[in-house]
Design a protein around this ligand. Structure first.
Ligand SMILES: [Zn+2]
Length: 373
């Protein structure tokens, strides 16, 4: 890898960290504001509970005044009743007194109701006060944390900015200008190449461009997104390994099975196609390299595992599935597309066996098992 590229990668890391820190610093005042808004909410709730208590007290006083007034009236009526001349007048006064007494009872009921209610209201206020107290303490702590975090971020930012300036000094000026121009528009100025693709814009590279990036002799930019390209061999290896792990494994009881054999009589390397159909099985043998059909198509009773056990033993099982009609239509030769896919799968199966036997070298697996499992 070119030193300029290594420097740019470090610079990109620094740029990313600086952006993250700046975002975090900008985010903190917003967090504090949100915290304070929550506190204001709790405060309003407490004030509402307190106002309700006050309103209850006022209405209790109103009822008490009403009772005092009514009692005054009653004693006035009693005094008057001593001076009445007729029975009718006496009855009228008695009626007024009874009415006032009823009013007093009604007011007393209201007061009792308010007193009962008052206990619940008192509890509400106490709970709101306790909540406010706890929240205030929590918020003070959060604010202190936020302030401390900001201070730490600012310090880190200063350090990263200094490092960044140093890194910039280590990169070729023209390249640096290009990097910064692209980074300004696209967020990043340098991109990895993996599986022939620019990972920044996901566009496939032309073979020549890909080779130039791979050899790492000169700086190359992506035709599509203008990011400076680099190649990391370690990552490419991982991608190949992953691809191998994803290899599809043929089913052991599939009605058709393809195999590779390194030797088959005089024929050398061959591909074997075994097919079950209507209680019978058939066997075709093809030349591994030309795809030509060798010899006659053999048919036997029973499925191919019972009918051709000696052919399957020690062979590498491959992925391949075509209908009997398709294979008949091929005639004397496997078409190129099908042959390529069988070759490709053989490579994958071999690589897979290699990785597996390296991992379990004390228990070597048979080729048939590892390919067909
Ligand atoms: Zn690109």
């Amino acid at each position: 890898m070119l030193p300029d590229i290594e420097n740019l990668l470090r610079l990109q890391e620094a740029d990313k960290e600086i952006r993250r820190l700046r975002d975090e610093v900008a985010e903190l005042p917003k967090r504090v504001a949100a915290i304070e808004q929550r506190l204001a909410g709790t405060k309003a709730q407490m004030e509402k509970a307190q106002a309700a208590v006050k309103a209850d007290e006022a209405s209790r006083r109103k009822h008490e005044t009403a009772i005092t007034d009514l009692r005054g009236k009653i004693s006035k009526y009693r005094d008057q009743s001593l001076d009445v001349k007729t029975n009718e007048q006496y009855k009228a006064l008695l009626h007024e007194i009874q009415f006032a007494e009823k009013e007093i009872a009604a007011n007393e009921d209201k007061i009792l109701e308010l007193m009962l209610n008052g206990d619940a209201r008192e509890k509400e206020v106490k709970a709101a006060q306790a909540e406010l107290l706890a929240e205030t303490a929590e918020i003070e702590k959060e604010k202190a944390d936020a302030r401390q975090r900001t201070a730490e971020d600012e310090k880190l930012l200063a350090e990263w900015n200094a490092k960044r300036d140093q890194m910039r000094a280590g990169v070729d000026e023209d390249l640096l200008r290009h990097y910064e121009r692209v980074a300004k528009f696209r967020g990043t100025g340098i991109s990895e190449v993996r599986d022939h693709k620019c990972m920044g814009c996901q566009v496939m590279l032309r073979p020549q461009t890909y080779n130039e990036v791979r050899t790492g002799q000169q700086t190359v930019v992506c035709d599509s997104c203008q990011r400076i390209l680099y190649f990391d061999p370690a990552k490419e290896m991982n991608a190949v390994e992953k691809e191998l792990k994803r290899r599809h494994h043929p089913k052991i009881d599939a009605p058709q099975a393809w195999y590779y054999r390194a030797e088959f009589g005089d024929a050398g390397e061959i591909l074997l196609c075994l097919t079950n159909s209507d209680g019978q099985s058939s066997r075709r043998i093809f030349d591994m390299h030309t795809g030509r059909l060798l010899g006659d198509i053999l048919s036997r009773e029973g499925n191919y595992r019972q009918a051709f056990p000696e052919d399957v033993t020690g062979a590498i099982r491959l992925n391949g599935n075509w209908t009997e009609n398709e294979i008949d239509a091929w005639g004397a030769e496997i078409p190129m597309v099908a042959l390529d896919s069988l070759h490709f799968d053989l490579d994958a199966a071999r690589a897979e066996m290699h990785t597996q036997s390296a991992a379990t070298s004390t228990h070597p697996l048979s080729s048939e098992h590892s390919a067909a499992s």
